[in-house]
Design a protein around this ligand. Structure first.
Ligand code: CA
Length: 238
């Protein structure tokens, strides 16, 4: 993969780059937010490692601008440890994952490679459909009622988990495991933010919402017209 590293601490950027190159990736480093944004727009990297506190243009603004221009490049943000607000703000701006500083380079590489692999797992010929929502897995395209919907790779993966098993209720923990592949640090807030992002893109201003919340249990995707699909197998018993 070609990975763009936007980090103003020169030494840290170099360490990250070296670790990624050792694992067979190609890297580009930028130390400033404005230069980072123009590199992201012109070099079209496969993935971006983005620090949030940057000179010139901060990471949140850079990310929002990238998304506003329709670029769905995978982005992993580097946050200060314990700064929940930073992470929430970064995920809302369109990040796919985050890593709190200080982190081990091994963990960063593992996280990046997991993200890369997820993008390449499509089975050719897979078209998933629920009501008027259509997911073309090999081409990574989604449309509703014939209108294309732009999703970030992570949003696509969350939606794909739902669409592979319509009606099934997924707990936040299970979604975390399936999409973020974290076994120990379940971060349910991240899942909530992604559900909100998906709802905005898929269900906003529609008469029949497809993403459903079972309070205290989890989420599912289903066609709410009773004649056109099985009802959820699991049920909220609390
Ligand atoms: Ca910084």
């Amino acid at each position: 993969m070609h990975i763009l590293i936007i980090e103003d601490e020169a030494e840290l950027a170099r360490h990250i780059s070296r670790a990624l190159v050792r694992s067979g990736h190609e890297t580009t480093i930028r130390h400033d937010g404005n230069e980072g944004l123009s590199a992201a727009l012109s070099l079209l990297p496969d993935l971006i490692v983005l620090d949030l506190g940057l000179p010139g243009l901060d990471g949140y603004t850079l990310l929002s601008e990238l998304r506003r221009q329709g670029h769905e490049t995978r982005v992993i943000i580097l946050t200060a440890r314990g700064e929940v607000e930073q992470r929430v703000k970064g995920l809302k701006a369109g990040a796919d994952d985050y890593l709190p500083k200080p982190f081990s380079l091994d963990e960063l590489v593992a996280r990046i490679e997991a993200m890369g692999r997820r993008g390449a797992t499509a089975e050719p010929g897979d078209i998933l459909k629920i009501a008027d929502l259509v997911m073309d897995v090999p081409h990574r395209r989604v449309s509703r009622n014939g209108k294309a919907i732009a999703l970030s790779p992570r949003e696509f993966e969350v939606l794909q988990v739902f669409m592979q098993e319509p009606g099934r209720i997924f707990s936040r923990t299970e979604l975390c495991e399936r999409v973020w592949q974290r076994e120990h640090t379940y971060d349910t807030r991240t899942v909530e933010i992604f559900i909100t992002r998906l709802r905005k893109k898929i269900d906003h201003a529609r008469t029949t919402p497809l993403i459903h919340t079972m309070r205290g249990v989890g989420y599912s995707i289903r066609d709410s017209h009773p004649e056109s699909g099985p009802s959820p197998k699991a049920s909220a018993q609390s």
